[in-house]
Design a protein around this ligand. Structure first.
Ligand SMILES: Cc1cc2nc3c(=O)[nH]c(=O)nc-3n(C[C@H](O)[C@H](O)[C@H](O)COP(=O)(O)O)c2cc1C
Ligand code: SF4
Ligand code: SF4
Length: 263
C-alpha cells in the first residue's frame, strides 16, 4: 500500500516505480484529503509507504494534514517514507518520523531520492536535457530502495544532527512563503479550467472564466504553474516550468496560444 502526493510528477513516478516492484495499492493523498478517506486496513506484513516531495526541508502541508488524520485498522508492520528532493534532503526524514510518531505509528525506514528540482518560483528548474540524467539515476536508486524495502531494512535518511538543524532553520519559512496573493494569469489563459481541477487543495476557482486564487495559502506544489499563463509576481516570467515526463503525455489547448502545456 503506497500513499503518494505529487505536484509536478516526480513523487508520482517514484510511487509507480515502487508499486511495480512491491505491488499493492497506489493511493493518492490528494484524493484521500479531498474525499475525507482516512481509514485503511493494510494486509498483515504488507509494507505501507508515504511518497512525497520535500518542501523547505520538511513535508508538504497536505501530507501533514493526511498524517494527522490517517488511521490504520491494523498497525503497519513496516512503514516507510520515500521523499523526493531537488538538492538537499535536510532533516525531512526526521520530520516524517516525528509526524508518524504523533499519529501513534512507528516509522521503520525513510529514503531520499534526488530528482529534478521543480521550485520555479525560486529558481530556474532543469530543462529536459539536464533533467534526463537525474531521472535516470533516480530510477536506479528506486530499484535499490525497493530491494531494501523487500528486505525490511531499517534505514533512516535525512535524520542526522546537521540535517535536523538545517530543517529547523528552513521549514518555518514554508508556512510564511506559501501565500497565493502574487498568483495571477496573463492573457495567454484560454479558460480551460485544468489548473483549478488539478489544484490539490482547491485553492483555484474559475470566476468569469478566469482562474482566481480563493485560499490565502496553498500547498505551493507548482502543479498549476505548469501552464505558462500562470505568473507569480514577476518570479515566473520567462521561466521554464518543470514537470516529470509522466505528466507530459497529453497536449493542452493553451499550447495553441504559445503557453506551456498543462497536462
Ligand atoms: C515549495 C517547494 C519547496 C522545496 N523545497 C525543497 C527543499 O527543501 N530541498 C530540496 O532538495 N528540494 C526542494 N524542493 C524541490 C522538490 O522537493 C523536488 O523537485 C520534488 O522532487 C518535487 O516533487 P513532485 O514533482 O512530486 O512535486 C522544493 C520544491 C517546492 C515546490
Ligand atoms: S490551465 Fe492555463 S489556460 Fe487553463 S484555465 Fe488555467 S491558466 Fe488558464
Ligand atoms: S494554487 Fe497552484 S501551487 Fe498552490 S496548491 Fe494549488 S496547484 Fe499547487
Amino acid at each position: 500500500m503506497t500513499f503518494y502526493f505529487t505536484g509536478t510528477g516526480n513523487s508520482y513516478a517514484a510511487a509507480i516505480k515502487l508499486q511495480q516492484n512491491l505491488h499493492g495499492d497506489l493511493i493518492s493523498i490528494t484524493d484521500c484529503v479531498q474525499n475525507g478517506e482516512f481509514v485503511f486496513a493494510p494486509a498483515d506484513d504488507e509494507p505501507v509507504g508515504i511518497v512525497c516531495p520535500i518542501y523547505y526541508g520538511g513535508l508538504p502541508s497536505i501530507v501533514n494534514e493526511f498524517l494527522e488524520k490517517v488511521q490504520f485498522e491494523n498497525a503497519p508492520s513496516y512503514l516507510f517514507g520515500v521523499l523526493t528532493y531537488g538538492g538537499m534532503m535536510m532533516g525531512a526524514g526526521w520530520r516524517l518520523e516525528q509526524k508518524v510518531k504523533k499519529a501513534g505509528l512507528q516509522l521503520s525506514a525513510v529514503f531520499g531520492v534526488k530528482m529534478p528540482a521543480n521550485f520555479a518560483i525560486l529558481y530556474e528548474p532543469p530543462h529536459e536535457d539536464a533533467a534526463k540524467p537525474i531521472l535516470e539515476a533516480s530510477e536506479k536508486r528506486l530499484d535499490v530502495i525497493a530491494e531494501k524495502i523487500r528486505d525490511r531494512e531499517c534505514v533512516k535518511e535525512g535524520a542526522g544532527i546537521a540535517e535536523i538543524a538545517l530543517s529547523t532553520a528552513n521549514y518555518p519559512t514554508y508556512d510564511r512563503s506559501r501565500v497565493t496573493a502574487p498568483f495571477y494569469v496573463n492573457d495567454k489563459c484560454v479558460s480551460c479550467g485544468v489548473c483549478a481541477r488539478r489544484c490539490p487543495v482547491k485553492a483555484i476557482e474559475m470566476v468569469d472564466g478566469k482562474p482566481t486564487w480563493v485560499l490565502e495559502k496553498c500547498v505551493f506544489c507548482m502543479s498549476c504553474v505548469r501552464c505558462g499563463a500562470i505568473q507569480y509576481g514577476n518570479k515566473l516570467e520567462g521561466r521554464y516550468r518543470y514537470r516529470h515526463p509522466v505528466f507530459r503525455k497529453k497536449k493542452h489547448c493553451c499550447k495553441k496560444k504559445d503557453t506551456a502545456e498543462v497536462e
